[in-house]
Design a protein around this ligand. Structure first.
Ligand code: F6R
Length: 610
């Protein structure tokens, strides 16, 4: 995935603003970046491989002239990270510059045709075909918006693009399956992959839908729909919505990393999410209730949230959900499900391509689509029949933390709503469950306040270890898997998250003296059985790190390190609080190994390629 931005001001140079906007989009990709501006009929471009600050240090983006420009921060797909492959890309005459997020699947055929027509290519990217195609179209129509509309039907795949012409009067942006928002500010107009890009300039945003094109000047943003024939149908002007994210929410707020800030934000994110309207939950629960099959589709951390949800729904609502991992979604389901199925997609970004594909597959077979997402206007919201929004605010750190907590909270609310609706829970029982859930923000607050230093010290103790197991039983299997994912992705430490009962069927063969095993051990009904697994590991010399109740003296005594938590108000929701020490452990494991947890290598915040 990549980040794109376009901006036009009435006056003054735009380059520094574009650079700062790109910084706020860097979570979308950071292997190369570039900016193009236009002034006095000439395009000016600076781009290179590397992070924005490094490139700026070398090239000084800020002295690019002109009050109009575009920018890009890249996560490479076609062509390795390099100066030539960095965006913006231009046509043969250097009159048209394009930034693109997405993939043009048929770029090889398009490129061959353009080569035959005499165009010269400089990069290995799929994107470069676009400026050359616009160059040809502009020979037939003099209007940039019409030229873009004419070439778009030939592009197969997904894209959000912004196009700048050397005349420097206008920008044109368009989207299909990749996010695009327009911002309307007092000094000018912006378009970007995501709202934080222009948040310091304006909170007024228009969400752009698939197959829409926007013509931007310094005072206006006119939205049209494009069709297969390349014509533009002007749409009535759309009132912007006012985004309630503050600039501070999108910036680090004094923390060294977004990840740490977002871990600390969890009590607030959770409280906000727990305010989801009862009616909305009941409408969702009603749909689940009215379908014979309910399957969840999700990837990565969101998948772990659905794994926990499976336990919550079984225990609270006597309802078995089938959890399917997104990348295997359509293959797993094949043609086995139809209109009697509700699919519940969980995705913080709303843009994970595997999730979107699996959901589309099910939708085509007649399934009803429900979505839980953190991102208003994201692609999943357009696919879904009904949406519930988590209220985590923007999550910039690549590793999901606060969005995991808010997904769990939303799923817990839904399980309670369904359990109440079907009579599995009495009114009093469901009120008790809700009361317990509402104690989690304070609980997490106390875990962060009282345990962070000790967790950092624990991370230091295990600094030389290159491999970990994370084990749990029942709902804690999902917490264990999430803990392993976190440390793997940001500290580059090998880790496996496993159901503790399964550890005898393979993992235990690797255990030798000093091997660290993390047990996720809330005091629920799996606790007794878990002790057997602890003993098995201890007998082979493993070092035991327990995440357990502060009242569980037995396990504390068995452990080399115990990170203890206060007693839980309800054991059905334990991953919400038990994941927090594991997030902090991973964070400090990364920091102490000298890695930047906000930008782990080879990873992107939203995975928009299959
Ligand atoms: C892990 C992480 C990823 C995402 C996964 C799904 O920390 O962030 O594994 O959970 O890419 O993303 P969404 O939830 O946006 O679909």
């Amino acid at each position: 995935m990549c980040g794109i931005i376009g901006a036009i001001h009435m006056k003054g140079n735009i380059a520094s603003l574009l650079r700062q906007s790109l910084k706020r989009l860097e979570y979308r990709g950071y292997d190369s970046s570039g900016i193009a501006t236009a002034s006095e009929g000439i395009l000016f471009i600076k781009k290179d491989k590397g992070k924005i600050d490094e490139i700026h240090h070398r090239l000084n983006f800020d002295n690019l002239p002109g009050s109009i420009g575009i920018g890009h921060t890249r996560w490479a797909t076609h062509g390795p990270p390099s100066k030539v492959n960095a965006h913006p890309h231009t046509d043969c005459q250097n009159r048209i510059a394009v930034v693109h997020n997405g993939i043009i699947e048929n770029y090889q055929e398009l490129r061959e045709q353009l080569l035959l027509n005499g165009h010269q290519f400089r990069s290995q990217t799929d994107t470069e075909v676009i400026p050359h195609m616009i160059e040809e179209a502009l020979n037939k129509t003099k209007r940039l918006d019409k030229a873009v509309a004419q070439i778009i039907p030939q592009l197969e795949g997904s894209y959000a693009i912004v196009v700048l012409e050397a005349n420097g009067k206008e920008l044109v942006c368009a989207r299909k399956e990749s996010p695009l928002v327009v911002g309307l500010g007092p000094r000018g107009v912006y378009c970007a992959s995501d709202v934080p890009a222009f948040l310091p300039m304006t909170r007024k945003a228009i969400i752009i839908e698939d197959n829409e094109l926007v013509h931007l000047t310094s005072k206006s943003a006119n939205v049209s729909r494009f069709d297969e024939s390349g014509s533009l149908i002007k749409l009535p002007s759309r009132a912007p919505s006012v985004v309630d994210w503050t600039i501070d929410m999108a910036q680090k707020g004094g923390y060294p990393h977004f990840m740490l800030k977002e871990i600390h934000e969890q009590p607030r994110a959770l409280s906000d999410t727990l305010r989801i309207r009862k009616d909305d939950l009941e409408a969702f629960a009603g749909i689940l209730h009215n379908h014979k099959n309910v399957i969840t589709i999700a990837a990565g951390t969101s998948f772990h949230a659905t794994l926990a949800a499976k336990y919550m729904f079984s225990h609270i609502a006597n309802h078995l959900m089938h959890g399917v991992i997104a990348s295997e979604g359509s293959d797993t389901v094949a043609k086995s499900l139809g209109a009697d199925t509700a699919v519940l997609a969980v995705t913080q970004s709303g843009e994970t391509i595997d999730t979107l594909h699996a959901v589309k597959h099910l939708k085509n077979q007649g399934a009803t689509v429900l979505a839980i997402t953190n991102t208003v206007g994201s692609s999943i919201t357009r696919l879904a029949d009904s949406v519930l929004y988590t209220q985590a605010g923007p999550e910039i750190g690549v590793a999901a933390t606060k969005t995991f907590a808010t997904q769990l909270a939303t799923l817990a609310l839904l399980a309670i709503s369904l359990g109440t609706m079907t009579g599995v829970q009495t009114k009093k029982e469901s009120q008790d469950l809700l009361g317990a859930l509402n104690q989690y923000p304070d609980l997490i607050q106390s875990v962060i306040r009282n345990k962070e230093r000790m967790i950092k010290e624990t991370a230091q103790e295990y600094i030389t270890k290159s491999s970990f197991f994370f084990l749990g039983r029942g709902i804690s299997t999902s917490t264990a898997m999430e803990g392993a994912l976190k440390i793997k992705e940001i500290a580059y430490v090998h880790a496996e998250g496993y159901p503790a009962g399964e550890s005898k069927h393979g993992p235990i063969a690797l255990v030798e003296p000093g091997f660290p095993v993390v047990f996720v051990a809330p005091n629920d009904k799996t606790r007794r059985h878990l002790e057997g697994n602890v003993m098995e590991m201890k007998a082979r010399g493993a070092q035991i790190i327990s995440i357990c109740s502060n009242q569980d003296q037995e396990l504390i005594n068995l452990s080399d390190h115990a990170i203890t938590l206060p007693a839980l108000p309800s054991l059905f929701f334990s991953p919400i609080s038990y994941a927090v020490p594991l997030q902090l452990l991973a964070y400090y494991a990364a920091i102490l190994r000298g890695h930047n947890p906000d930008q782990p290598r080879n990873l992107a915040k939203a995975v928009t390629v299959l």
